[in-house]
Ligand binder design. Structure first.
Ligand code: ZN
Ligand code: ZN
Length: 339
């Protein structure tokens, strides 16, 4: 089978490898579509905090089961599936309190373990979710990012009385928007790219702000009748945008940081104390993957709204390069193994 192997930052090649065989409790999956995640792009260019080489990327993956290992009863050959890529240890402190999404010994398919950018991959049966056969493989590849966006809403306790500000209208910002709308909140979203804000409007944003053209703080003050936002979710991962959450959030409000950065940022102590803010980190998802599958299944036009470009597997390296060079031109990019 063919596999896309990353050997070092920006050094990737399609190579021939034997098909991986499923061990006990594991399943072999034929890959159909893999969506590129922001983290795949950072792993590719060597800026991701969890990078290791050589490796095979790809974790937003749809496919079908081609073989099951010993002891697997929940899935059988021919089942259509999507991957929930995180594999937790079950023994560390966060696992012991049920927060396995931030397991101290987390292994992640497509990050620390071989991923789905290959004709076939192997995953534990518990990492795969069955999906309806008529769900397009493109749409199915959007389940994982939606689980991340839904989890950020769960962290912030978003409900129908909230006015939520999402910073960043990239794919994860959009899935956070989708999750907040599902919970009945009003949502404003901030970005610098009009095209992304247009997509956000199509996905239900009540207010969009281009921070180059309007002052987000003043606009949110007006939108909230002077209160500011009860919840602010950061989905960019830059010190400046993380710092800006403090100006956008209401007294007594909640801040969720979903964007990933290795940089330090600085907040004024008194702002956190005086506003009595609650600040949450948000990582992966905790028990909402099935909700994401249901949402994607019920929103037939989601793939057309979010997927801006599709490449055949043979052009996968070009997909990484083009997406990195022109992030403003794309929303979600997918690799199709069936064309
Ligand atoms: Zn992802
Ligand atoms: Zn653990």
């Amino acid at each position: 089978m063919q596999v896309l192997v990353a050997h070092a930052p920006r050094e990737m090649a399609v190579e021939e490898r034997p098909k991986p065989e499923p061990g006990p409790g594991e399943v072999q999956v034929k890959t159909r579509v893999v969506a590129l995640c922001g983290s795949d792009l950072h792993l590719y260019d060597g800026t991701h905090p969890y990078r290791t080489y050589p490796t095979i990327f790809g974790h937003e993956a749809s496919g079908w089961v081609t073989q099951v290992g010993d002891g697997v009863s929940e899935l059988s050959k021919g089942d259509h599936v999507v991957l929930e890529p995180c594999m937790w240890c079950g023994e560390c402190y966060p696992c012991s309190i049920g927060r396995y999404n931030c397991c101290s010994r987390m292994r992640t398919i497509g990050v620390t373990e071989p991923g789905a950018l290959a004709d076939f991959y192997v995953a534990p049966a518990r990492a795969l979710h069955r999906i309806p056969e008529d769900l397009s493989p493109q749409a199915a590849s959007l389940c994982e990012p939606h689980s991340v966006g839904f989890h950020a809403n769960a962290r912030g306790g978003v409900n129908d009385s909230d006015q939520v500000v999402v910073i960043g209208a990239g794919p994860i910002g959009l899935t956070i928007l989708a999750g907040a709308k599902l919970r009945g909140a009003q949502v404003a979203i901030i970005d610098l790219i009009d095209k992304r804000l247009e997509t956000a409007r199509r996905m239900g944003a009540d207010l969009t702000i281009n921070a180059d053209k309007a002052d987000p703080v003043e606009t949110i003050r007006e939108w909230t009748g002077g209160n500011m936002a009860s919840v602010v979710v950061e989905a960019v991962g830059q010190p400046k945008t993380i710092e800006s959450t403090i100006q956008l959030v209401a007294d007594g409000g909640r801040v969720v940081i979903a964007g990933v950065t290795e940089e330090f940022f600085s907040l004024r102590g008194v702002d956190i104390t005086k506003k009595e803010l609650t600040i949450y980190g948000s990582r992966n998802n905790l028990g909402v993957f099935k909700d994401a599958v249901e949402y994607v299944t019920n929103n037939a036009d989601l793939a057309a709204t979010m997927i801006t470009r599709e490449y055949p597997f043979e052009d996968a390296i070009e997909a990484f390069e083009t997406t990195l060079a022109h992030p403003e031109q794309v929303c979600k990019v997918v690799i199709n193994f069936e064309t």
